[in-house]
Design a protein around this ligand. Structure first.
Ligand SMILES: Nc1ncnc2c1ncn2[C@@H]1O[C@H](COP(=O)(O)OP(=O)(O)OP(=O)(O)O)[C@@H](O)[C@H]1O
Ligand SMILES: [Mg+2]
Length: 517
C-alpha cells in the first residue's frame, strides 16, 4: 500500500514541485488507482485558479472522474501519460501513472495550465466557470492571470518533470517495501531472538552476542567487553554475572577513570586505619566486597601504568594489599572489564600493559555500534517509547514510518543510550499526540539524514539550469543510495547506463571526487 503523506516530504519531490510551481504555476496532486485525491493539503496549492476549483467538493469529484477516465485510457492504449481537460475548471491537466510491478497504484496529476499557446481563447471559458461558481471579478482576474499557456518546448519539459515525480515515487515505494521485507526476513530467521535478559535486538550482531553469552554461562573466565559509548557494555556485564554460578553473590562496579590513582587504589583495595590523613578506620576495598562474586572494571583503558600492575597481580594471584596494610589478602573474584578504547592499539603504543591485556582478554566480546545494526532500531525505539510511556503513566505512542526512516538515516554516535534519550525526550514532548512524527525529532536527527540529500532549489534563472541542477542532485543522491551501482541507478532513472555515465562525467560526480568533498 502506498503511503501518500510520505511523498510530500521527499526532497526530490518537493524540489520538482517547486520547479513546476515557480515556472508555470502548476500544482501537483496525487490520486489513488481509482482517481481519488490522496495526501492532499489545500494549503500547499500555489495556483489560485486551482485553489478556487478544488475548494468545492463537486469539482474534486469531477477531477477524480476525469483522472479515472484517463487511467482507463492509459491502461487500454499503453500511453505514458494523458493530457486532458478538467471540465469543471476549463483548464488542463496531465495525468501520469504510478506503476509498480506493472500494476496501477495511482497517478501524479499536474494541473493549472492550458496545454497550447494556440488555445489562448480558452481563458474565457475558465473565467465563465469561475463566475458561475460565484467568484468576484478581482478573484477571477487574479486567478486567470496565473494560468500559463505552454508552448511545445515548455510542454516537453513539463512532461519530463511530472514523469520524474511519478518515477521517483515508484523508486521510493520500492525502497521502503524492500527495507520492510528485509526487516521481516530478518525477524523470521530461525532461532532468532529479540531479547536476552534486558538486552533488546534481533540483528545478526546481537544474535552472535547472545550465542556467545550462552556459551560462557558455565565459564568463570575473565571477559573483556569492547564497544563505543552507550552500546550496552554494562548491560552485558550484568547479564554475564546474573547467568553465572556467582549470581547470588555481589556484582560490583567500579569506573576506573573516575578517580585519581590514590583514591582509585583505596577504593579498589581498601586501606588500613591511619594509612593517610582521614583514614580513621580500616576500610574494605571493592575487591573484598566482590569476593565470590563478579567485579566489573569499567573504562579499564583509562587506568595508569601503576594501577595496571596492581590489577595484574589480582588477576594472576588473586591477591592484593590494602593501602597502608602489611600483608596481602586473597579473594576469589571474577573480573569483567570494559572499555571504549582500542586496547590492542594501546598495547602497541606502549600505553597499556601487554600482560594485563592478555589476562583480561581471555574471552573477548565486541559490541557493535548501533549504526552497524540498524535493524535493531525499530525494536529498540519501540521498547524505549513503551518504557517511557509506562513510566509517565500515559497511553502508548507510535512512531510514524517517516520518523522511523529518520532514525534509520541518522548515524547515532551515542549509540543505544542516545536512542534511549531521544525516545524519552520525544515521549515527553508528544503531549496529547499519540503519533510521533518526524518533525518532533531532534534537529540533528532530522538534518542528519538530509545531509546526503539535496538542498535548496533555484527559482530564478533559466529553466534549463534548474533542470540540470535537479538532474545533478538526483544522480548524486542516487549514486550514494545505490552504493555507486550505475546499472541499478540507470534503470531507476529510466536512462541507459552509458547515458548515466556521460551525465556523471558532465556533472563531475566521480566517486573519488565526491568522497573527498
Ligand atoms: N541492547 C540493548 N537493549 C536495551 N537497552 C540497551 C541495549 N543496549 C544499551 N541499552 C541501554 O542503553 C543505555 C546504555 O547502556 P550501557 O550503560 O550498558 O552502555 P555502555 O556501553 O556501558 O556505555 P558507556 O560506554 O557510555 O559506559 C542503558 O540505559 C542501557 O539500558
Ligand atoms: Mg558503561
Amino acid at each position: 500500500m502506498i503511503n501518500w503523506d510520505e511523498f510530500e516530504h521527499i526532497h526530490v519531490i518537493k524540489k520538482l514541485k517547486l520547479i513546476l510551481s515557480s515556472w508555470w504555476n502548476i500544482d501537483v496532486i496525487f490520486t489513488d488507482e481509482r482517481g481519488h485525491i490522496r495526501g492532499f493539503k489545500d494549503t500547499a496549492i500555489v495556483n489560485p485558479a486551482v485553489q478556487a476549483f478544488l475548494n468545492k467538493e463537486a469539482n474534486r469529484e469531477g477531477l477524480s472522474e476525469e483522472v479515472g477516465k484517463a487511467i482507463t485510457e492509459m491502461q487500454n492504449s499503453e500511453t505514458r501519460f494523458a493530457l486532458t481537460k478538467w471540465s469543471q475548471a476549463g483548464f488542463d491537466m496531465a495525468v501520469f501513472p504510478i506503476l509498480i510491478d506493472g500494476e496501477f497504484m495511482g497517478t501524479v496529476v499536474g494541473v493549472g495550465f492550458i496545454k497550447d499557446t494556440a488555445e489562448a481563447n480558452r481563458i474565457e471559458e475558465v473565467k465563465d466557470r469561475l463566475a458561475s461558481q460565484g467568484e468576484n471579478r478581482d478573484t477571477i482576474d487574479f486567478a486567470v492571470s496565473k494560468i500559463r499557456f505552454l508552448d511545445d518546448n515548455d510542454r516537453a519539459h513539463f512532461i519530463d518533470l511530472v514523469d520524474l515525480v511519478s518515477r521517483e515515487i515508484v523508486t521510493l515505494h520500492l525502497e521502503i517495501t524492500n527495507r520492510e521485507d528485509r526487516i521481516r526476513e530478518l525477524n523470521k530467521e530461525l532461532g532468532s531472538r529479540y531479547k536476552y535478559d534486558n538486552m533488546i535486538g534481533k540483528s545478526q550482531a546481537m544474535q552472535s552476542t547472545y550465542a556467545l553469552l550462552d556459551k560462557i554461562k558455565g565459564a568463570d573466565s575473565t571477559v573483556l567487553i569492547q564497544g563505543e559509548n552507550g552500546t550496552g557494555k554494562e548491560l552485558i556485564a550484568k547479564s554475564i554475572h546474573y547467568n553465572s554460578v556467582r549470581s547470588s553473590k555481589p556484582f560490583v562496579i567500579q569506573n576506573c577513570s573516575a578517580f585519581n590513582d590514590n583514591l582509585l587504589e583505596s577504593e579498589l583495595f581498601g586501606h588500613a586505619k591511619g594509612s593517610f590523613t582521614g583514614a580513621h578506620k580500616d576500610k574494605k576495598g571493592l575487591f573484598e566486597i566482590a569476593d565470590k562474586g563478579t567485579f566489573f572494571l569499567d573504562e579499564i583503558g583509562d587506568t595508569s601504568p601503576q594501577m595496571q600492575v596492581k590489577l595484574l597481580r589480582v588477576l594472576q594471584e588473586g591477591t592484593f594489599t590494602p593501602v597502608g596494610a602489611l600483608d596481602a589478602r586473597k579473594v576469589d573474584v571474577r573480573v569483567i572489564a570494559a572499555t571504549n578504547r582500542n586496547l590492542r592499539e594501546m598495547v602497541e603504543k606502549g600505553t597499556f600493559r601487554e600482560d594485563l591485556f592478555y589476562r583480561l582478554n581471555v574471552i573477548n566480546l565486541r559490541v557493535p555500534p548501533l549504526r552497524e545494526r540498524k535493524e535493531d532500531i525499530p525494536l529498540l525505539s519501540e521498547f524505549f517509547i513503551d518504557l517511557a510511556c509506562k513510566r509517565a503513566g500515559i497511553s502508548k505512542r507510535i512512531l510514524t514510518k517517516r520518523a522511523l526512516e529518520k532514525l534509520y538515516d541518522y548515524h547515532w554516535p551515542g549509540n543505544v543510550r542516545e536512542l534511549q534519550n531521544e525516545m524519552e525526550r520525544i515521549v515527553v514532548l508528544s503531549g496529547e499526540e499519540t503519533k510521533i512524527t518526524a518533525d518532533m525529532l531532534s534537529p540533528k536527527i532530522i538534518e542528519g539524514g538530509q545531509k546526503t540529500k539535496v538542498q535548496g532549489t533555484r527559482v530564478v534563472g533559466k529553466l534549463k539550469d534548474a533542470i540540470e541542477e535537479l538532474e545533478r542532485d538526483m544522480i548524486k543522491e542516487g549514486l550514494r543510495r545505490t552504493g555507486w551501482n550505475k546499472s541499478k541507478l540507470a534503470k531507476e532513472l529510466g536512462i541507459s547506463r552509458a547515458g548515466l555515465i556521460m551525465k556523471v562525467e558532465k556533472y563531475d560526480l566521480d566517486k573519488r571526487r565526491l568522497r573527498k568533498s
